[in-house]
Design a protein around this ligand. Structure first.
Ligand code: GDL
Length: 455
């Protein structure tokens, strides 16, 4: 299949356990049904994609990849194989090793490729520095050579490139002044598309104006690698909210958008379905409406093995409490506000807020039962620990508020038998987090001194 005019789809580009072939096949069905056109294979922890990229796929792996490529293409989708050799590539001497690896994938049916230099140390061997002078020169020389060779080897093929500076923050100043990006823009052959994740690695918004500035540096529109729903950097979280924070005007400024979503494959239904709606939206785009429609369609996946059926309201809670990195869904935000109000207020003034919060607590506690009894066990286990953690907090919140309601002697302090030190909020990570506290603006303060300076 030829590279589509506007690229839209999914990158399997996260850290952690790669998806299974069965999950990838399910993904291809979704992409086809929803009118998206591309899948990029780039799982950071396929060892042969990154850590030991030189190693060829063995027979069984090669057979698996071949059948995956064929299945993807049968559905009219573009399969892009990405290689991430940047951890230890010898730029001056290892072009033949890159060729050997990509030739293997081409023989398995690969027609489109990417070379990724994200998340690598920004230094080279002395021999590479002597030969190329700069990191940008070394990377673009290798990519240009690869692109030219691929044209011969696989006529009509494409090569994409992920730079080492791939978001605004990494440029450490205006992108127009990044020597690295300017050099990449100038040296990289014009047919090679360049990835960009927006102002941040995980960008809350991607303003079209920020992309226009970048275009002048890269001398081409970028291809967006969108980490909005990626959760590999904090596996305590999952993101079930709709695609958001990207105005429709962004689409005409970029070569396309590929989403790198949650590690837990089954949790990507709403993220990807709403992304698909976004790619087709005319002028107006309402993430909340798109989320609602996707949620309704997702409900079919929640068949239960018991009488605890997942209701539409349950599913609404689920997508609201596990929403987006920078926003809770409306019901979850309301729950937090209500809780804060009660904590600030003496019980005699709690009024309707307390019964409302109790109702929400009951509904959230019931969610756990519904999730554990789902017929789709993959979906169940993807949600399990998250719903469990939530239930723990909700139980504690209720117990604490009931204690306050009983007008206790405050000095006695509240103790929960179900939340014991060490077992609840225990472990080294929790201990470290308690010592350095972060505020909403991102400032860290030592918990041990008022001034914020370590004692
Ligand atoms: C990154 C990595 C990506 C990872 C994501 C979220 C790019 C280009 N690279 O920086 O593999 O999944 O952050 O943690 O985004």
């Amino acid at each position: 299949m030829k590279t589509p005019a506007w690229i839209s789809g999914v990158i399997e580009g996260f850290y952690g356990r790669p998806w299974t072939d069965a999950q990838r096949r399910q993904l291809f069905r979704w992409l086809q049904q929803w009118g998206l056109n591309t899948y990029m294979y780039a799982p950071k922890d396929d060892l042969k994609h990154r850590a030991i990229w030189r190693a060829p796929y063995d027979r069984a792996e090669a057979a698996g990849l071949k059948s995956l490529v064929a299945d993807c293409r049968r559905r009219g989708l573009n399969f892009v194989y990405a290689l991430a050799p940047g951890l230890d590539l010898h730029y001056a001497t290892e072009f033949p090793v890159l060729q050997r690896k990509l030739r293997q994938v081409a023989r398995l049916g690969g027609r489109a490729f990417a070379i990724l230099f994200d998340d690598i140390p920004q230094r080279m061997r002395a021999a590479d520095t002597r030969r190329f002078g700069s990191f940008a020169a070394a990377q673009s020389s290798v990519a240009n050579e690869l692109s030219a060779w691929l044209q011969q080897e696989v006529p009509g093929s494409r090569l994409w490139f992920c730079p080492t500076i791939y978001c605004g923050r990494m440029a450490a100043g205006p992108v127009a002044q990044s020597a690295y990006l300017r050099e990449i823009g100038a040296r990289l052959a014009p047919q090679i598309d360049i990835f960009w994740t927006g102002p941040e690695i995980v960008s809350e918004t991607i303003p079209p104006a920020s992309i226009r500035e970048l275009q002048t540096v890269l001398r081409r529109p970028p291809l967006i690698w969108d980490n909005l729903h990626a959760n590999d950097y904090d596996r305590r979280r999952i993101y079930l909210g709709p695609y958001a924070g990207r105005p429709t005007q962004l689409r005409s400024e970029v070569r396309g958008i590929l989403c790198n979503p949650n590690c837990e494959f089954p949790l990507n239904y709403v993220p990807l379905r709403t992304f698909a709606t976004y790619t087709r939206a005319r002028r107006t785009w309402n993430p909340r409406n798109a989320g609602q429609a996707a949620r309704a369609a997702w409900r079919a996946a929640f068949a239960s093995r018991t009488r605890h059926r997942m209701t539409a309201r349950d599913l609404h809670w689920l997508t609201d409490v596990f929403h987006l990195p920078f926003a809770h869904g409306p019901q979850a935000a309301q729950l937090l506000r209500n809780y804060a109000t009660l904590l600030r207020t003496p019980p005699e003034y709690w009024g309707r807020t307390w019964p409302r919060l109790q109702r929400a607590c009951r509904e959230l506690a019931a969610l756990l039962t519904s999730v554990t009894e789902l017929a789709d066990r993959d979906l169940c286990y993807a949600l399990y620990r998250h719903v469990w953690d939530l239930k723990e907090e909700v139980t504690l919140m209720q117990a604490y508020l009931r204690w306050r309601e009983s007008r206790p002697e405050l000095a006695a302090g509240f103790v929960s038998g179900e939340h014991r030190p060490g077992v609840y909020r225990g472990g080294l990570v929790a201990g470290l987090q308690q010592l350095l506290v972060m505020d909403a603006a991102g400032h860290f303060t030592s918990a041990l001194s008022k001034s914020g300076r370590a004692r």
